[in-house]
Design a protein around this ligand. Structure first.
Ligand code: SAM
Ligand code: ZN
Length: 349
């Protein structure tokens, strides 16, 4: 099967689809994610760097990055699956991309590679958390780590026990479950890196369809790591009145016992300078407009018009009448630190 995306055309076995059972994994819906990846790289202004695609599958991401950015002098591609490995080599050749190819377990590759890299992409089935420490160690100072997680059910509250075991946080199915989920993931990565006096500073993130994607910059220094750790906290959430605060408040003003979500990262998931450059490309305008508003406000949750309407039995406010930053995650989501009472008041005006 022939597949074209961006400046690349690849061949993959006809069975190539979304599940791990297939010979070569290819998710056409992730074009958006790969487009964003390329916009981000082109906004860094990098030259002569080294890129490691830890789980390449068809190679579509690394090949597009090789052809559509000018950041890298060296590209390393890896996949444990033999069929994928053979296939990605052919795809690289077909697209005139020179790379080093590996057919190794990701852990083994990260532990045996005798050079540092400037960028590592971790895109496994399920959770990327198992690879974060080794990837961080392989990254040069100022390098970027990008991770994709598809275990959104654990992170967002469908499987809270799994979340507690895997991420040491309480997840909960609130109306902002994807926001708390991506922030629990960010928290765990930050904690893992801080053990080594490394600050993994989030520079960009998005929760799209059924996956979370976070980009971190590696910054050395205990002080930098401490500053990030200070932004890790709980969110106390009331499922009865929908009020929420950062920190531990066991009983809500309405007397209901709150739910503690987290610990999670409450800080900014975006580097504003980088975001401005990404936005200037003019691509995905609506998405970047929302993200830019989110980056200004730094609110670790969102309210939704439909949930407010349901709980308070009010007419659902129209999104165009909502004067708060909008969430890129939920089309009915908006972001404010105001307590629920004030939010409701503002809709009466
Ligand atoms: C979700 S796909 C990667 C998709 C690809 N990055 C893209 O953008 O199209 C995950 C890939 O990781 C490979 N994989 C799974 N476990 C691995 C491991 N331990 N080491 C290396 N590769 C692995 C699988 O064979 C599969 O091709
Ligand atoms: Zn309450």
């Amino acid at each position: 099967m022939k597949y074209s995306e961006g400046s690349v055309t690849i061949n993959v076995p006809a069975s190539s689809k979304l599940t791990r059972k297939n010979d070569v994994f290819l998710n056409e819906h992730k074009k958006f994610d790969r487009d964003i990846n390329i916009i981000l790289l082109n906004s860094l202004g990098w030259k002569n760097k080294t890129y490691l695609d830890l789980m390449s599958a068809s190679g579509i991401r690394a090949l597009r990055i090789a052809k559509e950015t000018k950041c890298f002098k060296k590209i390393l591609m890896n996949d444990l699956k033999k069929t994928a490995f053979n296939n990605l080599k052919k795809n690289a050749e077909k697209n005139g991309v020179k790379a080093e190819f590996y057919n190794k377990d990701a852990h083994e590759l990260l532990c045996t590679l005798d050079e540092g890299v400037d960028y590592v992409d971790v895109d496994p089935f399920g959770s990327s958390i198992y690879y974060v420490v080794e990837a961080v160690k392989k990254l040069s100072r100022g390098g970027i780590l990008s991770i994709t997680n598809t275990d959104t059910g654990a992170l967002s509250g469908t499987f809270p026990k799994t979340c507690l075991r895997r991420y040491h946080s309480n997840s909960y199915l609130s109306e902002f479950y994807y926001e708390s989920g991506i922030r629990i993931l960010a928290k765990e990565c930050i904690n893992l890196a801080s053990t080594y006096d490394v600050a993994l500073v989030p520079v960009f993130a998005h929760a799209t369809r059924h996956y979370f994607r976070i980009y971190f910059r590696k910054v050395k220094g205990a002080g930098k790591a401490d500053a990030l750790m200070k932004q890790i906290n709980y969110v106390s959430y009331c499922k009865k009145c929908l009020d929420r605060v950062v920190g531990i408040k066991e009983v809500c003003n309405c007397n209901e016992k709150t739910i503690l979500i987290g610990p999670l990262f409450t800080g900014n998931l975006f580097d504003k300078g980088l975001l401005d450059k990404m936005r200037k490309t003019g691509e995905y305008e609506d998405f970047f407009n929302k993200i830019s508003e989110e980056a200004e406000s730094v609110v670790p949750w969102f309210y939704t018009t439909n949930k407010l309407a349901k709980v308070y039995k009010i007419t659902e406010p129209r999104m165009r009448d909502v004067n708060y930053p909008k969430s890129h995650i939920n089309p009915k989501g908006f972001k404010t630190m105001k307590p629920v009472r004030e939010v409701l008041e503002s809709f009466k005006k």
